[in-house]
Design a protein around this ligand. Structure first.
Ligand SMILES: Nc1ncnc2c1ncn2[C@@H]1O[C@H](COP(=O)(O)OP(=O)(O)OP(=O)(O)O)[C@@H](O)[C@H]1O
Ligand SMILES: [Mg+2]
Length: 241
């Protein structure tokens, strides 16, 4: 019974969510429903509020109004630590790795949740064999794509149920981006709900199940990834799409 409820409830629901940094408002009432196990792409130009949306979803920023529900539960007064314990994992903009630590030390930073270091490494290397070859290398000397892989591998150590990815394609060659999003698709196929934020449309949209365009802190439009890719061209991209 319980399993049925969990799988039919949307993994994340924003209901009229507003958020601000002091007096600066960034989200003006966001309504969004992200079904469990899906990949949801949030598109939008610089300053639209995409990163802010992820900060709210990961408990780093509390809504000033509205409600955030994760798996049907309202999470207004919960700490970021509690979000993490309940399986929400955010990879911040600009790669969440420690540049002066080796690949393996980066992975073991996440072993506090009862996953031992060997197990964490094993899990990461199974999914990302390239990291195994480079396990002793300092994370800061990895290529951009490898650093992003490491950031995702670290997130997976904690067995997240909700993964939040902020512009993982930034500064990377299209082929590398394609590879990363293929990994994201595999992760979602294992039942993890994923919200990806991207300014540009291309690859994220190809693996996404749903998409929305955020403009000026509001959901401008939502629908199928293809429709939104098209709509983004009119809404804020000129011809880069
Ligand atoms: N720490 C902060 N303090 C004050 N204002 C902030 C802060 N972070 C973001 N903002 C403001 O909130 C608004 C939304 O920012 P946000 O970072 O969510 O945009 P974004 O869509 O992620 O943009 P980008 O594509 O450039 O990353 C912007 O106007 C921004 O200046
Ligand atoms: Mg951002």
């Amino acid at each position: 019974m319980r399993a049925t409820i969990l799988t039919t409830a949307p993994a994340v629901r924003f209901e009229g969510v507003r958020a601000s940094y002091g007096r600066i408002e960034a989200l003006y009432g966001v309504d969004l429903e992200v079904p469990a196990g899906s990949i949801f792409a949030v598109l939008g130009p610089n300053g639209a509020g995409k990163s802010t949306l992820l900060k709210v979803a990961s408990g780093q920023l509390r809504p000033t109004a509205g409600t955030l529900k994760i798996e049907g539960l309202s999470v207004r007064r919960v700490s970021p630590e509690a979000f993490a314990r309940s399986g929400v994992c955010a990879i911040p903009e600009g790669r969440g790795v420690f540049p002066n630590l080796s690949v393996r030390d980066n992975l073991s930073m996440w072993t506090y949740q009862g996953t031992g270091r060997p197990e964490a490494e094993e899990r990461a290397y199974t999914r990302f064999p390239r990291l195994k070859e480079r396990r002793r290398q300092l994370a800061g000397t990895l290529s951009g794509g490898e650093q992003q892989m490491l950031a995702i591998a670290r997130a997976l150590v904690g067995s997240p149920r909700l993964l939040l990815l902020d512009e993982i394609s930034m500064g990377l060659a299209p082929m590398v981006v394609g590879e990363l999003y293929e990994l994201v698709a595999h992760i979602a196929a294992d039942g993890v709900t994923v919200i990806v934020v991207e300014q540009f449309v291309s690859t994220a949209v190809r693996v996404a199940d749903h998409a929305a365009i955020l403009l000026h802190g509001r959901v401008h439009q939502q629908g199928s990834p293809d429709e939104m890719a098209e709509a983004a061209l009119g809404a804020y991209l000129s011809s880069e799409g």
